[in-house]
Design a protein around this ligand. Structure first.
Ligand code: HEM
Length: 438
């Protein structure tokens, strides 16, 4: 488990599956967990996979010490791919896409509004959104929870992050953003964008141009209002913040960062919630204990449930880097420019760190906090998720408010299987549930 960075001669990449990239890509897209598990059985904690569209193999790590070595070098860059998929929506100055000094300058400016203590201010907003949402649920008949969680997290972003107070404007913006996200995230459109970049021809995103202009107009109006009259929302904090040279972000950049926060924070949190409910529905003792804790106003078990769910069902499976310098991990010397990523699922299911790794046991987080790099649902280092504290707060409040109001039971016997949805691991049938008033 030697982990260090220095300048010894170039090494060979760790071994990995020998199938052609097309086969490995299909296995990853269709059966990601079984693909990862079979690599672990065969090659251990460190292995190389070859995916279509990548010029070179990608090295996957499942050892927390190796992940620490990767994430604690701030100079590594991003692997290719993110820009193609995201730039059309988030814009070129998005925190998700910038590198090096430009990235760090934005990060410094954007982190303070997401500081843990500030989150208290947003709890009341989340509570209101959930209370209204639950009222619209059918009683005693099956419905999928995942889309309901998406509605909640979108509304929360529009209120707490964008600060849109006018309900009519919120409805209009939610509807337009929903169409944009649906229209740009399908696999067909993403593949079309790749072909367009490579070969030219009709731009598959041209149809979205009018919609984007419409959304930009609405966001522009919000930005102007907040510049004139800042409030408590995150947009207000962004327009009043200053870079180190004293300059503010211009309107175009603020717009890019708003779309970034929407894209990074909406589907992820909704999916984390859908998984948490799925796990609770399959573990009645844990659900019972959680309801009792919520009724008693205790937070420790609630926090443990969120941590355990993000361990056992990590929403984002990979958060990689392209090496800026050599990296030594598990006896391998990985040369600069290698793409390396933690395999988050494999890291979270190590029996040496998590006894009975496949069991849903929130208690484990009450007994021992895991080492930092053994629990990485939010990535790490200088690119660690800036919304982590926000997402955990939102998950806690949504869980507590729903369980206070409704008794939930599963609508089918089978636990959800993992399906890939854009860049996430998502519950395949949307967490079908039956809810009754308490
Ligand atoms: C359960 C919910 C969430 C999960 C699982 C999640 C996960 C992640 C992961 C894995 C990364 C990449 C980290 C890396 O490369 O090291 C990331 C980055 C990011 N996330 Fe989250 N996220 C969640 C919620 C949110 C929320 C609520 C927001 C904001 C409202 C947000 C904003 C961001 C941003 C802006 C980045 C880019 C950071 C950078 O590149 O410096 N995320 N997130």
């Amino acid at each position: 488990m030697a982990v260090s960075c220095d300048s010894t001669p170039m090494g060979t990449l760790p071994p990995g599956p020998s199938e052609p990239p097309l086969v490995q890509t299909l296995r990853w897209l269709l059966r990601p967990i079984s693909f990862l598990e079979s690599c672990r059985r065969r090659y251990g904690d460190t292995f190389s996979v070859s995916f279509l569209g990548f010029q070179t193999p990608m090295v996957m790590l499942a050892d927390p010490d190796a992940i620490r070595a990767l994430y604690t070098v701030p100079g590594h860059t991003l692997p290719p791919g993110r820009t193609i998929a995201l730039q059309p929506i988030v814009g070129s100055r998005s925190l998700l896409l910038l590198e090096g000094r430009e990235h760090l300058a934005r990060r410094r400016l954007m982190l303070p509004p997401f500081h843990g203590e500030r989150m208290r201010a947003y709890e009341a907003t989340v509570r209101e959104v959930v209370a209204a949402e639950v009222e619209s649920w059918p009683e005693d008949e099956p419905f999928p929870l995942h889309p309901r969680m998406q509605a909640v997290t979108l509304e929360v972003i529009l209120r707490a992050v964008f600060g849109v107070t006018d309900p009519a404007r919120r409805t209009q913006l939610a509807e337009a953003l929903g169409r944009l996200l649906a229209g740009t995230s399908s696999a067909g459109v993403q593949f079309g964008v790749l072909l367009f970049r490579r070969f030219g021809g009709p731009d598959p995103l041209a149809a979205m141009a009018a919609l984007r202009r419409e959304i930009d107009g609405m966001l522009g109006a919000e930005i102007a209002e907040r510049r004139a009259d800042p409030r408590e929302d995150i947009l207000s904090l962004l327009v009043t913040a200053r870079f180190e040279d004293g300059e503010p972000m211009d309107d175009q950049e603020v717009r890019d960062q708003l779309m970034t926060l929407l894209l990074a924070g909406h589907e992820t949190t909704a999916t984390g919630l859908a998984w948490t409910f799925d796990l609770l529905l399959r573990h009645p003792h844990a659900l019972e204990r959680l309801v009792a804790a919520v009724d008693a106003g205790e937070e420790a078990y609630l926090r443990a449930v969120v941590s355990e769910s993000l361990r056992l069902r990590p929403v984002i499976p990979l958060a990689g880097r392209r090496l800026s310098q050599e990296l030594r991990v598990n006896g391998h010397v990985l040369p600069p420019d290698t793409d390396v990523t933690p395999a988050i699922w494999l890291t979270h299911t190590r029996p040496d760190r998590y006894p009975e790794p496949y069991a849903f046991r929130p208690e484990r987080f009450l007994e021992n906090a895991p080492a930092t790099y053994a629990w990485v649902p939010f990535g790490g280092g200088v690119r660690r998720c800036i919304g982590a504290a926000f997402a955990e707060m939102e998950m806690r409040v949504v869980l507590a408010e729903i369980l206070r109001r409704r008794t939930l039971r599963p609508a089918s016997d089978a636990a959800e299987r993992v399906a890939r949805r854009n860049v996430t691991f998502s519950p395949r049938t949307g967490t079908q549930t039956i809810a009754s008033p308490r």
